[in-house]
Structure formats: C-alpha cells, structure tokens
Design a protein. Sequence first.
Length: 323
Amino acid sequence: MWGNFKSIFGWTASAFLVELFFENNVKKFPLLILSRKIAPGFSLAYVPWGPEFPEFFPIEQRPAAAAQIAKKLKKQISRNVMFMRFEPPWQKTETEELFLIAGFKKAAAAVQPPDTVIIDLNVSCEEILMQMKPKWRYNISLAEKKGIKVDTCGVRQINVFYNLLKETAQRDGIAVHDINYYRTLFEICENEKEKLNICLYTASHENDVLAAIVVLFRGKDAIYLYGASSNIKRNMMAPYALQWKAMQDAKEKGCVNYDLFGIPPNEEPNHPMAGLYRFKTGFGGQIIHRAGTWDYPYKKICYHLFNTAEKFRKKLMNLKKKK
C-alpha cells in the first residue's frame, strides 16, 4: 500500500523478497525500497521502516546485514543512486558503533521520528486511564463535561481537517503537504485489498470544529499519524478527547498497541517540540527509542555534500519552529 501511495508523489517503488540464513533458521521477508531523483544525475533510495528482520536474528548483527542488502540491491535500483537510507524498526541498543563499522553514516535528518510512546491496550480502559498523568485524566473528563463531541469520519471531511492543519502549521512553524496528499492516502487505504482502516476523528463544540486527528489501524497496531487543532476554545481540551476516543476504538478493533508516533528524544525544555513530548508522554505508555536513520553511501564525496546541506536545512527548520 505505502509503495502505491508514494509512487503517486514522485517516488519509484520496488519490492524485493530477502532470504535470510542464520544458524538453522531460514526466513524470507519483504523489503520495500523507494527511490527518487534529488539532483541532476543523482537519486536516493529509501527503505521505510526496514529492514524488518525476524525476531530470531540478533540485533548486533543487523547493521552488517543491512549493509549487505544495500550492496546487493544497488544495481537493481539505479546506477545513479547516491546512497540508500534505512530506518530500522528495531529498538535502539548499543549498535551505533556497529552501524559505523558496517559503512553507514548517521543521517542528518530523520524521515520518520525514531522516538515514540506506545500505549498498551491489553489492559482494561480503567487501567489505561490510571496509567495517564492525573491532569490528562482530568482533561479528558473536562472535555466531556464541556460538551465536546467526537465524530468519526473519513475522506468526506478532509477539507475540515486540512484547514485545521494549516492553522496548526502556521502556529507551530511546521511544514505540511498539499491537501491532495492526505486525500490520496484516505482513498488508497479505503480501496486497498488489505482493507487498511484509516479514520479521521473530529472534535467539535457547538458549530466549531476544534481539533482533528488521523489514525491508521493496521493489524494489532493503531498509529496516530496526524493531528491538528484550532486557535479558538483551547480550554475545551478537545485533543485529549480525540486521543481517548481513538484508543477506545483501537481496543475494540482488537489492537494491542496505540502508537502516538513521534516525540523528541528526551524531555528537553528548549527543544522546539517540547510541548509535543509533554502532551504525548502524559498519556502514559512506554517510551520507545528506535535505531534512527542511517545512510549507506555509494558516492561518498557527493553524499558528504548532500549530508552537509541537509544539516543546514534542518537547522533552519528548527529555528523556524522556535520563533
């Protein structure tokens, strides 16, 4: 699904089946590689959320195995590819040195956030609430008392969501896609053979839509993808009501995890997204630190120039968020 979606927006999707041999175990697993042009004569390859090695494969051997994948698949992607970018889904351990030994370079910027908060839905709703900070439970109750109404909808309300998203982006200094990006995501998920369930939740008071979130339900996981809120009636605590409703729905659908998808790496007050850290960690759950974003360079001099430019761009974006 993700390959089909990204191919509409300038990426070329290639699917591979990787065969892994380890001791007496043989395992085949799929690998999606996205590629696109980044400069005349140069392209990049990107492995989103991968490689997703089987659990029996030791974490300390995974960086070297990922490097072997990068070497073997280079010719099948493009002779002009400058580097292959990986975002491994496994949790961060003492593997940074192993990535460097295997020939990787730490990426200047992440495509997806490596740090997140995951709520365990295997317990009762009462236990989920009790694991939250008291103020968060109070805000959920307050939203209900103030008459916040949460509705479940789909692509038909995409314009409402996008207007809130633009308002949020202007307030917080973040970048957003064109509306067609989000509309296409809904249309593909709703038509996908895998029957991926994507849901748009809106929270309103009287005639005002105050906040909205987008949640993807995939197997045992529910993933909070996007959120937006209005500048008015912020004392109504609409975002808290939305998250609680999504968690309850995820539990009813049989999900065991609710992934709040993306926080700063630590509780740093001066971080441009410090407010996001406080908001998401207040719901309880487990803070997860994944391996991060790593690049395997093929054209090292060109990659060095690209990496330097990416670092500069990231600094500019962080300065914009602080203003």
